[in-house]
Ligand binder design. Structure first.
Ligand code: NAD
Length: 268
């Protein structure tokens, strides 16, 4: 079988390089084009050079040319960039894997609209472990629905620009849904000063930023006399890149629709 032709955006980024490394090791996928934002210092360079293994594909900012002939576009950039890539991919019928986080509700709606034309896998976290954790959280929340306070703590590297992480918010949504609550109404983002006692039925978020932490999430169910913690720690971006490649295989040639990693992993 012919390898699936994959284009990537954000080639110079942390996830872009992890994707280049993962693609170089995947015989069933081929790097069709490597994009980066206009003005990026890596434009015109061999994409493989960025990971020390030249591959003859030059990094470009020409979105139309890069998508021509591509089957799947994998995008880990910034919300405004992703929306631009989404519009171009929709016009050309190229399916999409979206790893970017930090979207507004309006941007999410635009992604959902595009998924009526192309197939899209969108997930705030592409690791298998985190997606299994989401299933475990649903179960834990149902069993611990009375008398347990839920708090979510996440930690990431010093360069991360959005908070709480998309993964922490997704974890909050899963727990809130299992408890019959609306996260928009029950979330508490950080605390300071004389806060008073913890209101019942809230879900608290705390954020740590520092150094090179790849991504850590802990959901605490704190009751009287016991505490359950469900934790995930990513030690390398390779786990997200491998998950994104699984999503690319899943979405290639698929008819329009909006999917997430639960669909890709068969966890639904
Ligand atoms: P990064 O800053 O290292 O890289 C970002 C890349 O995007 C760079 O190559 C940059 O040139 C490019 N870019 C920035 N703005 C752009 C624009 N407007 N148009 C086109 N390209 C643009 O970031 P990173 O650590 O690689 O993370 C990228 C995104 O992926 C973030 O939103 C992050 O939260 C998310 N992320 C998601 C997962 C997941 O599993 N879903 C895992 C890790 C990171």
């Amino acid at each position: 079988m012919e390898p699936i032709r994959v284009a990537i955006t954000g080639s110079s980024g942390r996830m872009g390089r992890a994707l280049l490394e993962a693609l170089a090791e995947a015989p069933d996928l081929r790097l069709h084009a490597a994009l980066d934002r206009p003005g990026s210092p890596v434009l015109g360079r061999d994409a493989g050079e960025l990971i020390g293994a030249p591959n003859g594909v030059s990094v470009t900012d020409d979105l139309a040319a890069a998508l021509d002939g591509a089957q799947v576009l994998i995008d880990f950039t910034r919300p405004e960039g992703t929306l631009e890539h989404l519009r171009a991919a929709t016009l050309r019928g190229v399916n999409l894997v979206i790893g970017t986080t930090g979207f507004t509700d309006a941007q999410r709606r635009e992604i959902a609209d595009a998924a009526r034309t192309i197939a899209i896998v969108q997930a705030p976290n592409f690791s298998v472990g985190v997606n299994l954790a989401l299933k475990l959280l649903d179960l834990a929340a149902r069993v611990l629905s009375q008398g347990y306070d839920v708090e979510i703590v996440e930690a990431h590297h010093r360069h991360k620009v959005d908070a709480p992480s998309g993964t922490a918010l997704r974890m909050g949504e899963v727990v809130a849904q299992a408890l019959g609550r609306d996260l928009r109404e029950c979330a508490v983002y950080g605390r300071e000063g004389i806060t008073g006692a913890r209101p019942d039925k809230t879900i608290g978020f705390a954020t740590v930023r520092g150094g090179d932490i790849v991504g850590e999430h802990t959901v605490i169910f704190a009751g009287i006399g016991e505490r359950l913690e469900i934790s995930h720690k990513a030690s390398s971006r390779a786990t997200f890149a491998q998950g994104a490649l699984r999503a690319a295989r899943f979405v290639a040639g698929r008819p329009a629709g909006l999917f997430d990693m639960q669909d890709v992993l068969g966890l639904r």
